[in-house]
Write a protein that binds this ligand. Structure first.
Ligand code: NAD
Length: 322
């Protein structure tokens, strides 16, 4: 099988590429980013890296024409990016997604769209089922542009599905693992990891009681592959994630313990200090993952302690090499 992964040189894309390569498939990656996360795949004759954008319609058309399955992962991701550059977030996540869907429709190619738990916004009724409401803030607050951009992408997916395109939407809940973001930026793990390696304090935003459901990358990838391979997933939105809730404070304390730090401590900081005024944190973010278990046949297997230990080890050895 030939698989196109837009954004395939990113964190999830690099693991998804590996998953399909290991299955014996041929993988095409279309990404504007660096090769750092897929360097180990470049020598594989079944792996092809195209350094280009989903806005290059000719390249996109050529790739989609020759593959059997498309994963659309290319997006502007990460709080600091979508607060700093809402235009780029909306442009890539909405207009870029339309480009991919249009070409997929032209060639009738099955597509999996990567969405996010952020689409539920701050809906207080957890756990979130796929048909639950989206509860969001004002459009004058940049913080909501990522959630909205992904929800628009989902609407386009379902609109194309009505026109006959096989589409599945996957909504990820805080996936972490080796090759996540650069140290000190991006998501909670890499911010804490950068601080641990420098011997700095771990900055917990607010009182640290906000919860997340952390999902180890191998569990997320197993479900993502099933979403593209199982015909039953067609036409559905599916939450991808563990339903075990952990507070940000517990997460920080566990990282301190597993890293074995003697220098770092927990330091509470205000939200405004970190993100400015246009950010609003979500108190609880929990998936109902029944659909993932029943429709995709996937259950998260890697406990947080084990996944964190593996990820810390990976970042430690990478840092050592650098
Ligand atoms: N990791 C998570 O926990 C998580 C949670 C929710 C949603 N997601 C979604 O999963 C997908 C992958 O996320 P990730 O964590 O791997 O993030 P990532 O930032 O590592 O990957 C995104 C990739 O898209 C590429 N990209 C950006 N603009 C592009 C363009 N115009 N053309 C081609 N490529 C472009 C980037 O270079 C990057 O490699 C994203 O769509 C994201 O919204 C991830």
């Amino acid at each position: 099988m030939r698989v196109l992964i837009t954004g395939g040189a990113g964190f999830l894309g690099s693991h998804l590429s590996e998953g399909f390569i290991n299955r014996g498939d041929e993988v095409f990656v279309l990404d504007t980013g660096s090769i750092a996360k897929v360097r180990h795949l470049l020598d594989n004759p079944r792996f092809h890296y195209v350094h280009d954008s989903v806005f290059d319609l000719e390249i996109l058309d050529g790739l989609i024409a020759k593959v059997d399955l498309i994963y659309h992962l290319a997006a502007v991701v990460g709080v600091e990016h979508y607060v700093a550059d809402p235009y780029e977030t909306l442009n890539v996540n909405v207009n870029g997604t339309q480009n991919v869907l249009k070409a997929a429709y032209k060639y009738s190619k099955r597509l999996v769209f990567s969405s996010t738990s952020e689409v539920y916004g701050r809906n207080p009724k957890v756990p979130w089922r796929e048909d639950d409401d989206r509860v969001l803030g004002a459009t004058t607050v940049d913080r909501w542009c990522y959630s909205t951009s992904k929800a628009v992408g989902e609407h386009f997916c379902f609109a194309y599905h009505k026109l006959g395109l096989p589409v599945t939407v996957v909504r990820y809940f805080n996936v972490y693992g080796p090759r996540l973001d650069k140290l000190d930026v991006g998501r909670l793990f890499t911010i804490f990891m950068g601080q641990l390696l420098r011997g700095a304090d771990l900055t917990v935003v607010g009182d640290g009681k906000q919860t997340r459901c952390f999902t180890y990358v191998s569990d997320a990838i197993e479900a993502t592959m099933a979403a593209g391979l199982k015909p039953e997933a067609d036409g559905h939105a599916i939450n991808i994630g563990s339903d075990v809730e952990t507070t940000v404070l517990e997460f920080g304390k566990l990282m301190l313990e597993l890293f074995g730090s003697t220098r770092s401590k927990i330091k509470f900081v205000s939200q405004e200090e970190v993100y400015g005024n246009s950010y609003e944190d979500i108190p609880r973010r929990v998936p109902d993952n029944t659909r993932m278990r029943t429709l995709l046949g996937c259950t998260p297997k890697v406990p947080l302690r084990e996944g964190l230990a593996r990820t810390i080890e990976w970042f430690r050895s990478e840092n050592g090499r650098a």
